[in-house]
Design a protein around this ligand. Structure first.
Ligand SMILES: Nc1nc2c(c(=O)[nH]1)N[C@H]1C(S)=C(S)[C@@H](COP(=O)(O)OP(=O)(O)OC[C@H]3O[C@@H](n4cnc5c(=O)[nH]c(N)nc54)[C@H](O)[C@@H]3O)O[C@H]1N2
Ligand SMILES: Nc1nc2c(c(=O)[nH]1)N[C@H]1C(S)=C(S)[C@@H](COP(=O)(O)OP(=O)(O)OC[C@H]3O[C@@H](n4cnc5c(=O)[nH]c(N)nc54)[C@H](O)[C@@H]3O)O[C@H]1N2
Ligand code: SF4
Ligand SMILES: [Mo]
Length: 668
């Protein structure tokens, strides 16, 4: 048994360092790397289960082609020749934008960015913009600050108060959870704001249960109290911000009574939170749940505004921690992806990819190429996604397993996993270390890396020279200017992880990345995109405030949060007791419908339905149902059968949690 350092490739806040034991050419065990400064030897079950994932009998081993409705094994040469020929035909007949590249970010490897290079060199295809994950919040912070940056994890030691606002830390971000426990021991005050009393709420000094989608209104309430008591940071507002008078106009337009009604949060709590934000430094960790609503961008902007007026921007122990884009922006991604090679270009938003496929004309979509994503499970409105993906002439899916999306494909190409290919791993979410992942074992069967697949297709399509680089050269290309700062491949091989040169306390000089160089309460970036840059009072789309009729027909809000033991859809097929649908309901719903634990119920709306077993959440906000996302069709189906494919107010995010349903007992 030999032990090697490696890294977790999963799309996650934590980007852990691994220690991997290898015996007879197989991965035997995965543990945390005790020398990793942030992740410190601790990893979660999803990371550990990558051993089972890598060695699973269910791995795809050979290229497959669907003939008369059945998959048949074919050679790589046949698969690549046929796919390249089809791409060339499409490119010559209706143009390269007849091809859609559908993807997400299921693997955080640097070289996974090379997919874009392939499609750019092909001449430019239809690409996805925005993000169903965090698009609304990233755009919101870009409007406010000019970018979306987080404080370094160590800075938490400087916080007097820590507000966890809509982030399920104990489940999704385990090293922040560890940090919270330490900070608590050192005297920090911990507040959790969430409609679900989650495991992080259990360790908090105060838990605030908010009505889903109403966090922006809550922030308005806190700001009103702060200004009434003159606790706001006049210096920051006067010198380093624009648009404050527009904000005041908004605050004046709504009463504390109304705010209590909209949010279900009392005026005493608003006042307490105003004091907490004033008596900083207060760090805020914004989660992604609360921006997956039609008003999601405005929600994040109102919380940013609260953090700004309370003097918690650019100071140690403060911060509006949402994404950490400084990390990804450190790499030479454009050198890898060659955007200048595009000749044609068209975009669909990630949320509306199904509608895009079905409605596209001039040219229509003839071919869809899926990499690093499982849209049939993960993209909202599964029935529409299915219809769209079935409608195209050729669907190619590059996968490790026969997912719901792969089942629909005309060609399935088997790909490698983390320990079978060399890469660097980073996450633009929580910390600023890049990890090195060497190739430790050979791939099973004929599985090949995504990079190999792009290279072989490029050769067949006449731009092979753009892919004629060694692994080392690719990684060095992606490192770009970092190499001059000492972050070289050689050093990474030696050290396994290195910190990237990012600001540990962003905006410390109060020079913001916005058009005005100031913090913008009213955004010029929004205006330049033809959108209203003022902060507003906005509600979720599927709520009694926006659609009374719908809320009478479907009275409950469906949240679809991230599963504890799976990273999205990646672990369900490996863990037997995940293979059922658990329908969590707030206590009032159980009482209203006379439900008991384990009872079978059907959840439904106009888009679809799901059946599963009841779990009662005694402390959740009223009228809430939750079904964890990521479930496979063969184990009952994805919760996205129910979710809407809307775009957030700023067009860049999803409305996954902005979803009304009803439910009924299944009697038989
Ligand atoms: N175990 C596990 N961890 C993961 C992942 C996974 O699949 N499994 N996925 C990773 C990825 S890609 C991401 S994006 C992150 C996401 O990390 P998080 O943001 O922590 O996860 P979510 O599940 O999106 O939801 C977070 C919280 O938002 C709350 N919430 C929902 N609606 C509202 C609202 O209106 N207001 C407030 N205040 N709270 C609300 C939910 O109750 C939940 O507690 O997790 C990463 N980590
Ligand atoms: N209802 C609901 N839906 C959601 C969410 C939610 O909270 N609620 N969360 C959303 C969020 S935050 C996210 S980030 C998305 C995630 O959506 P996805 O990224 O689509 O989900 P995953 O299940 O992580 O991964 C998709 C597939 O990528 C494959 N894969 C892994 N590594 C590689 C690789 O190296 N190469 C290739 N070609 N394939 C690989 C895996 O086998 C897996 O089947 O889901 C979103 N969908
Ligand atoms: S899934 Fe996240 S917490 Fe778990 S091992 Fe991977 S990076 Fe770490
Ligand atoms: Mo995500």
């Amino acid at each position: 048994m030999v032990s090697y350092k490696s890294a977790c490739p999963l799309n996650c806040w934590d980007n852990c360092g691994f220690q991997v034991e290898v015996e007879n050419g197989k991965v035997k065990k995965i543990d945390g790397d005790p020398d990793h400064p942030i992740t410190q030897g601790k990893i979660c079950g999803r990371g550990r289960a990558l051993e089972a994932r890598a060695n699973s009998d269910l791995r795809l081993l050979y290229p497959l082609k669907k003939i008369d409705g059945e998959f048949q094994q074919i050679s790589w040469n046949q698969a690549l020749d046929e796919i390249a020929r089809k791409m060339d035909e499409v490119r010559k007949s209706t143009g390269s934008t007849s091809i859609l590249h559908s993807h997400d970010y299921s693997n955080s490897g640097l070289l996974k960015n090379i997919d874009k290079r392939f499609f750019n060199c092909l001449g430019g295809v239809t690409e996805l913009t925005g993000s169903i994950c965090w698009g609304a919040g990233i755009e919101a912070q870009t409007w406010d600050f000019g970018n979306a940056f987080s404080h370094s994890p160590d800075d938490l030691a400087n916080s007097k108060n820590i507000v966890i606002w809509g982030r399920n830390v104990a489940r999704t971000n385990m090293h922040l959870y560890q940090n919270l426990i330490t900070a608590k021991k050192n005297g920090a005050n911990l507040i959790v704001i969430d409609p679900i009393f989650n495991a992080t709420a259990k360790i908090a000094h105060s838990y605030i249960s908010v009505k889903p989608g109403m966090d922006g209104v809550l922030a308005i309430g806190i700001m009103k109290e702060m200004i009434r008591l003159e606790l706001h940071d006049r210096m920051f507002i006067e010198h380093y911000s624009t648009g404050f008078s527009d904000l005041i106009e908004l605050l004046d337009s709504i009463s504390i009574d109304e705010i209590e009604r909209y949010t279900d949060v009392s005026r005493e709590t608003l006042l307490e939170l105003a004091r907490i934000y004033h008596k900083g430094p207060t760090s805020t960790f914004l989660g992604l749940g609360m921006q997956r609503y039609a008003n999601g961008g405005n929600t994040i902007r109102l919380i940013d505004a609260l953090i700004a007026i309370s003097g918690n921007i650019g100071v140690p122990g403060g911060g509006a921690n949402f994404g950490h884009l400084q990390v990804g922006q450190s790499f030479a991604v454009n050198q890898l992806s060659l955007p200048e090679r595009k000749k044609e270009h068209r975009t669909f938003t990630m949320m509306k990819q199904a509608e895009g496929i079905l409605e596209a004309v001039d040219p229509e979509i003839k071919m869809v190429f899926v990499t690093c994503g499982n849209p049939l499970t993960q993209v909202p409105d599964t029935n529409l996604v299915k219809k769209a993906f079935e409608s195209v002439e050729t669907l190619v899916v590059v996968e490790q397993f026969m997912t719901d999306t792969a089942e629909l494909a005309d060609y399935v190409l088997p790909t490698t996993m983390v320990f079978e290919e060399e890469d660097l791993y980073y996450s633009s979410m929580y910390h600023h270390y890049v990890n090195y992942g060497p190739q430790l074992v050979s791939a099973p069967g004929e599985a090949k890396s995504d990079l190999w697949i792009w290279t072989e297709l490029a050769k067949r399509l006449g731009f092979g020279e753009d892919f004629n680089y060694s692994k080392e050269e690719w990684i060095e290309m992606g490192l770009g200017g970092l190499q001059e700062k000492g972050i070289t491949l050689e050093k990474l091989k030696e050290m396994n992880h290195l910190p990237l040169p990012v600001d540990e306390i962003p905006w410390e000089d109060f020079q913001f990345g916005t058009p005005s160089g100031k913090y913008e309460f009213t955004s010029q970036t929004a205006s330049s995109k033809g959108l209203d840059g003022k902060l507003k009072l906005l509600f979720p789309k599927e709520s009694s405030y926006s659609n009374k009729e719908l809320s009478e027909k479907y009275p409950y809000t469906l949240l679809t949060i991230h599963p504890m033991r799976s990273n999205h859809s990646q672990h369900y097929h490996l863990i037997e007791n995940l293979q059922t649908i658990k329908i969590e309901v707030s206590k009032d719903i159980a009482e209203e419908k006379g439900l008991v634990e384990d009872e079978v119920v059907r959840v439904f709306n106009d888009r679809g339905e799901l059946t599963g077993r009841v779990r009662i959440l005694p402390k959740a906000h009223s009228k809430i149902v939750n079904i964890d996302e990521g479930q496979w069709r063969k184990f009952g189906g994805s919760v996205n059968l129910l979710t809407p494919n809307g775009e957030s107010d700023n067009k860049q995010g999803s409305t996954l949690y902005d979803c009304l349903v009803d439910l009924e007992k299944v009697t038989s």
